[in-house]
Design a protein around this ligand. Structure first.
Ligand SMILES: Cc1cc2nc3c(=O)[nH]c(=O)nc-3n(C[C@H](O)[C@H](O)[C@H](O)COP(=O)(O)OP(=O)(O)OC[C@H]3O[C@@H](n4cnc5c(N)ncnc54)[C@H](O)[C@@H]3O)c2cc1C
Length: 136
């Protein structure tokens, strides 16, 4: 175990408590969840410290604030489709895909949109198509 690992394992109960108290969302540090989030679409495997599923972007910002206070690595995860282990690490994983999936706006003329980070492309295709046909 490296000095960094030692520091992280010492602070895990504190991070868990702070996340549970301050973040509007699910905070999961159990073995089953950590195993489930230890892989992406690649062959790599890195077991995370724990997982947070924020109910909205403000809750995710609070989770990031907590990890900063504890000097703990944090990792964003969307669909987990990364092919080289990018969304697996010894970190607190923020999984956007359960709650942060809102299409906030589509501007067909400007060909831009504002979406929350957990969205999948199919969810955007519907509103974008409706906007395109309404715009003629
Ligand atoms: C079958 C298949 C085909 C693919 N084809 C292509 C292709 O044609 N072109 C291509 O470019 N890629 C392709 N990919 C790769 C994959 O789709 C991309 O890596 C994808 O963009 C990952 O998005 P994700 O939301 O699943 O991110 P994840 O896999 O969850 O994460 C990827 C990286 O982005 C970071 N990240 C995730 N969400 C956020 C966020 N909200 N804010 C900041 N950082 C974040 C993660 O920390 C990680 O480093 C393919 C993958 C598969 C499985």
């Amino acid at each position: 175990m490296t000095r960094v690992d030692l520091h992280i394992s010492d602070t895990i109960p504190g991070i868990y408590r702070a996340l549970r108290e301050r973040v509007d969302g699910e905070v999961r540090f159990d073995a089953g969840t950590r195993a489930a989030y230890s892989t992406d679409a690649s062959n790599f495997r890195q077991v995370p410290i724990g997982v947070v599923l924020p109910r909205n972007p403000d809750a995710a910002a609070e989770a990031i604030r907590v990890t900063a206070e504890f000097h703990t690595p944090v990792l964003s995860r969307g669909g987990g489709t990364s092919l080289a282990g990018q969304c697996t690490n010894t970190a607190v994983v923020i999984d956007w895909s359960k709650y942060c999936t809102v299409v906030e706006s589509v501007d067909v003329a400007a060909r831009t949109c504002v979406v929350q980070p957990g969205i999948v492309l199919d969810a955007l295709a519907g509103p974008a198509r409706i906007g395109a046909s309404a715009a003629g």
